[in-house]
Design a protein around this ligand. Sequence first.
Ligand SMILES: Cc1ncc(COP(=O)(O)O)c(C=O)c1O
Length: 389
Amino acid sequence: MRSPQTSGAALLPGQRHLFDIPDDVAFLNCAYMSPLPKVSVAAGARGLARKAQPWIITPDDFFGASETVRTRFADLINAAPDDVAFAPAVSYGMAQATANVTLVRTQTIVTLAEEFPSNVYPWMDLAQRTGAQFIAVPRPGDGDWTAALLSAINTATGVVAVPHCHWTDGGFIDLEAVGNACRSVGAVLCVDGTQSVGALPFDVKRIDPDYLAVASYKWLLGPYSFGFLYVAPRRQGERPIEHNWIARRGSQDFAGLVNYQREFQDGARRFDVGERSNFALMPVADASLKLIADWTVPRILATLARRTEAIAARARAEFGLGSVPSDRRAGHYLGLRFRGGVPADLPAQLAAQHVHVSVRGAAMRVTPHLWTTDADVERLFAVLPGAVA
Ligand SMILES: Cc1ncc(COP(=O)(O)O)c(C=O)c1O
C-alpha cells in the first residue's frame, strides 16, 4: 500500500496571517468546519453586495464564475470541467447517485462501520427500496480498512460507498485498490471526499469512481451549503433528480428560455443544483480553491502530516493516547483514543480554554491546517492534563 502519510513534497510555511484567528485561539478542528480565508470573506462580501444592485448582474454572470469554479475543482481531482456538477451537500450528491443506481435484491451495498450519515442513509433507503443487503464492514482491529473492505467485495456487490479516510480518526482507505476491486466485479464506486479532497491527493483517472461528492466547508476552505459532485463520463447520460432551466441546452439565451429544450448542457452539468450561480458563495469558493491550487495539495498534505505526526507522538508519550498507525492514517487527519473512552465534557473543557477539537465516535479529532502554529499545539498540551484529570 502506498503510504498516505507523506507526499514527499516540500513543506509550506505557516499561513496564519491569511486567516482571522486571534492569537489565543487554537483551532484544531478543520474536520468540523474550516475558517474562511480573509481573501474569501472579502470576495463573498463583494459577491453579496452585487445583489444590492441587481442591474449590474448580467446574464453572463450566471455562467462565467460557475465555469471558473467548476474548472478549479476539476483541476483538483484531475477531472475535466465537464465531469463536475454543483451539489450543495453530500446528501444531495448521493441522492443523484441513488436515483440512478439500479440494484436487485441479491446484491449488496458495502460501506464502513460508523461511516458519515450522508453516505449511509441514502444507501439504506436504496436497500429498503430494492431489497438489496446493506453491509457495514466492522472496524478492523489492525486499522487496515482497505483489506477489510476488499474482503467484503465480491460478485454480489452492487455498490461500494466509502470515504478516502474515516471521518472519526483518519483511517485511510486505498481507493485505487478498492476501485480495481469494484471494476473487477462490476460494482459502482461512490466516494464521499468531504474529509479528504483538498488535503489528500485524489485522482479520478487512477481511482475511477462513479460518483465523488465533496462538501466545500472543510478541507476546501469554502462556504457552507456549497459543494461538488464528480460524475464519471459513463454516467453522464443519467437522470438528474431535479429539472432546472439553466441545466438545459441554450439557457444562455434568456429571451429563448420558453423554447423548451429536451437536451441538457454538456457533461455533468445536468446534475447542477438549481440556482447554482450563487452570486454570494461562488466567489468565496473561487478564492478558497485558488489558494489551495497555489499551495498545492501534496505540499498541504506533507505539512499537515508532519504536524499530526508530532501531535500523535506527543499524545502517546505524555498521555498514553492511541491513534491509527501512521501508515494506515491519512496524513492530514488525526483521531486520539483514550483508554476507557473520551471524557464526555472534554471538548467543552478545552473550548473554555480556547482550544478547539471535536469528538466523533470514540475518538477526539485533532485536525490542524496551515493556520496552526507551534503555539497552538503547546496550548493543546498545556490544557489537556487539566481536562483529562
Ligand atoms: C465525511 C463527511 N461527509 C459529509 C459531511 C457533510 O454532509 P452534508 O453535506 O450532507 O451535510 C460531513 C460533515 O461533518 C462529513 O464529516
